[in-house]
Design a protein around this ligand. Structure first.
Ligand code: TRP
Length: 370
């Protein structure tokens, strides 16, 4: 079996640095390594609608935002199939078949669904005024996500650690399907986490555990240099580090967390020649005598260095939006063919391919013939 890589994002907002270090950067590296047979990246608009049914316009606007983020981050449509989930109707048929293999109780135990339900007020324990009904589509999206993965027989899913429960549930569905229908049509996928631990959950600029649009603590890939600089200058550091001479804490200090995620040894030779590496800079900060602003200016330089090629590609693609839609359309056509082939194999295994089954037709004919 070859290596098939697949991953996707909900188009509910522009992608930020947390997405970049957590997954996007990794995808571009995987693309450049070329160690795969097929590589799919998709925009999960159907999943985005599971809690945005009343706001399809938001999803519609963000499809193009996410596509631009992908292309500007360096995903190459000649190497990676980029597609839109809603354009692959086979996924929804698969979801229906899978939903018969999953219990409500199992879905209720999925920790990611639990956490997301709490966040949206979709659970019984939420405060009265915050409580909302739980859409069936939202509750069952792990099943639809399993279809996203299985349709392409993905072996490798680059994603953040919050997606691990989804992958676990997907593997259970694969085992259940192959076991129930005595076949080996579907393939168990594995998650591929970012190797650098700080990248698995990049904190927001306010020091909160996660960069998230609703918390307003994001730096977006599409931010211009002035916006990015302003956000870095306002970044949470060590509240106990009041004067430059004071010893400072590096743990939980966003500037250092971001440097862990983004800086390379070469950046010191280029922008901060007093230090040879990040450890030296951290040591000085811990001892005292190093101001926040100096570290922030270094981080701004490092981020600009990483973001510059991304901004340039974005600018080019923004001048040709019809071509971006065309890339998505072509990718969706390729993806739909792959998904149709898997669905065909699934229906064969389930023996619901009545019209292609000559043996069935003949035996039924013999049974009824007088
Ligand atoms: N759940 C993912 C997110 O929250 C998006 C997604 C949908 C996905 N289907 C997927 C990710 C399949 C990896 C594989 O962004």
């Amino acid at each position: 079996m070859g290596r098939i890589i697949l991953t996707g994002d909900r188009p509910t907002g522009k992608l930020h640095l947390g997405h970049y270090v957590g997954s996007l950067r990794n995808r571009v590296l995987l693309q450049e390594e070329g160690n795969y047979d097929k590589f799919f990246v998709f925009i999960a608009d159907v999943q985005a609608l599971t809690d945005n049914a009343d706001n399809p316009e938001k999803v519609r606007q963000n499809v193009i935002e996410v596509a631009l983020d992908y292309l500007s981050a360096g995903l190459d449509p000649n190497k990676v199939t980029i597609f839109v989930q809603s354009q692959i109707p086979q996924l929804h048929e698969m979801t229906q078949f899978f939903s018969n293999l999953v219990t409500v109780q199992r879905l209720q135990r999925n920790p990611t669904v639990k956490a997301e339900m709490a966040l949206r007020g979709f659970n019984a324990d939420a405060e009265e005024e915050n409580r909302r009904g739980l859409p069936v589509g939202f509750f069952t999206y792990p099943i639809s996500q399993a279809a996203d993965i299985c349709a392409f027989k993905a072996t490798t899913v680059p994603a953040g650690e919050d997606q691990e429960p989804m992958l676990e549930q997907c593997r259970e569905i694969v085992r259940s399907f192959n076991g129930t229908y005595k076949c080996d049509v579907l393939v168990e996928p594995e998650i591929l986490l970012p190797s650098n631990k700080v990248c698995r959950r990049l904190p927001g600029t306010d020091g909160q555990a996660k960069m998230s649009k609703s918390l307003g603590n994001c730096i977006y890939l599409s931010d211009d240099p002035a916006e990015m600089e302003k956000k870095v200058k306002g970044m949470f550091t060590d509240p106990g580090h009041l004067k430059v001479e004071d010893p400072g804490k590096v743990e939980g200090n966003c500037v250092f967390t971001y440097l862990d995620a983004f800086s390379e040894p070469e950046d010191f030779a280029k922008y901060l020649t007093d230090y040879s590496c990040l450890e030296e800079l951290k040591d000085h900060y811990r001892r005292g005598g190093l101001g926040d602003m100096k570290c922030k200016k270094f981080l701004i330089n490092v981020l600009n260095d990483r973001l510059e090629p991304i901004r340039a590609r974005r600018h080019a693609y923004e001048q040709d939006i019809p071509e971006v839609y065309n890339i998505l359309k072509k990718g969706s056509e390729v993806a739909a063919q792959v998904a149709a082939e898997t669905l065909h194999q699934m229906k064969d295994a389930m023996k619901i391919n009545y019209f292609d089954d000559a043996e069935l037709i003949a035996s039924q004919a013999a049974k009824y013939r007088k």
